[in-house]
Design a protein around this ligand. Structure first.
Ligand code: FAD
Length: 267
């Protein structure tokens, strides 16, 4: 018997577990780690490899939500820049600063659209001039100040930009530069979140290649394509199945009876 299976059996032998998380993408694995650190006994289960769903297929950009400034979603920018900075600090072996350039084609375009946003419009400016980009990047730096590890933004002159990057079009008037982050191996990040959780709480376990099949009177049944099966009775179920959230809800079946136990974590 593998050590992983021994831990799963130890969880099952107890009869009940605090939380079962269905889906080990970045959301499920992050929650698993957080709960384990707090001493909550958890079982996380995935139908395939950990982090093999949507979490393995992003553009690999860890952004702080610059675009949300234009729609006035400042709290989201504050939250996203903080999460980005924490990932840079906590996982520097996967998450690295990413220099980003914005070619600028005018000095003042887009100011009218911003004034409309301030008056409640949700339409972003189509074209942004240097003034607007300078203000936007300044606000972005302000929100990203907490736990910051990267240089601040800059507006680079046309002459310097064309000298440093000759491939840029001569139509620019300047270039804005700022830093976001890039994650090289998101699936490994997911795996490390699970490994951290397992290390933090010896009463927790993780199982992959187990798909949720059904729920009966609070008991969840997972099975693989062979004969192996897990039956577990959790106090709380977290559906973190990402794009499969509806399928998992359907397999949970008596959603009506157990609605209070079901937390839809995927957004
Ligand atoms: C093309 C693309 C580009 C993106 N680019 C970015 C980006 O640059 N930056 C960024 O921050 N975000 C990006 N995203 C969004 C980001 O990838 C997702 O928000 C995130 O990965 C969602 O994670 P999750 O844990 O909710 O879902 P998932 O990673 O999909 O995890 C769900 C898990 O549930 C499991 N599961 C499903 N059904 C069952 C079942 N019955 N039993 C057991 N397990 C089950 C699956 O196997 C899967 O592992 C991008 C997304 C896409 C599609």
């Amino acid at each position: 018997m593998t050590p992983a299976r021994a831990r799963i059996d130890a969880v099952l032998e107890k009869g009940a577990v605090d939380v079962v998380i269905i889906g080990a993408g970045v959301n499920g694995a992050g929650l698993f780690r957080d709960l384990c650190e707090q001493g909550v006994d958890c079982l996380i289960v995935d139908k395939a490899d950990y982090g093999s769903g949507t979490s393995a297929a992003p553009s690999r950009l860890i952004h702080g939500g610059l675009k949300y400034l234009e729609t006035g979603e400042f709290r989201l920018v504050a939250q996203s820049t903080l999460e980005r900075n924490l990932l840079l600090k906590n996982a520097p072996h996967f998450v690295r600063p990413l220099l980003t350039l914005i070619p600028i084609f005018s000095w003042s375009r887009g100011v009218g659209a911003v004034l409309r946003t301030l008056l409640g419009s949700k339409t972003a400016a189509r074209s942004r001039g240097a003034l607007l980009i300078k203000i936007g990047l300044h606000i972005y730096d302000f929100y990203g100040a907490k736990h910051r590890v990267m240089p601040r933004h800059a507006i680079v002159s046309r002459t310097k930009a064309l000298r440093d990057i000759p491939a840029l079009t001569p139509a620019i008037v300047a270039v804005g530069t700022y830093y976001d982050a890039n994650v090289s191996m998101p699936e490994r990040l997911v795996y490390e979140l699970i490994a951290d959780g397992l290390a933090a709480n010896p009463r927790s376990a993780a199982a992959n290649y187990m798909r949720l099949r059904s729920q009966d009177a609070g008991a969840l049944t997972f099975s693989d394509s062979q004969v192996d099966m897990l039956v577990v009775r959790p106090r709380v179920v977290v559906n973190a199945a990402g794009p499969w959230i509806d399928e998992v809800n359907a397999n949970l079946g008596s959603v009506e009876i157990h609605r209070e136990f079901i937390v839809a974590a995927a957004r």
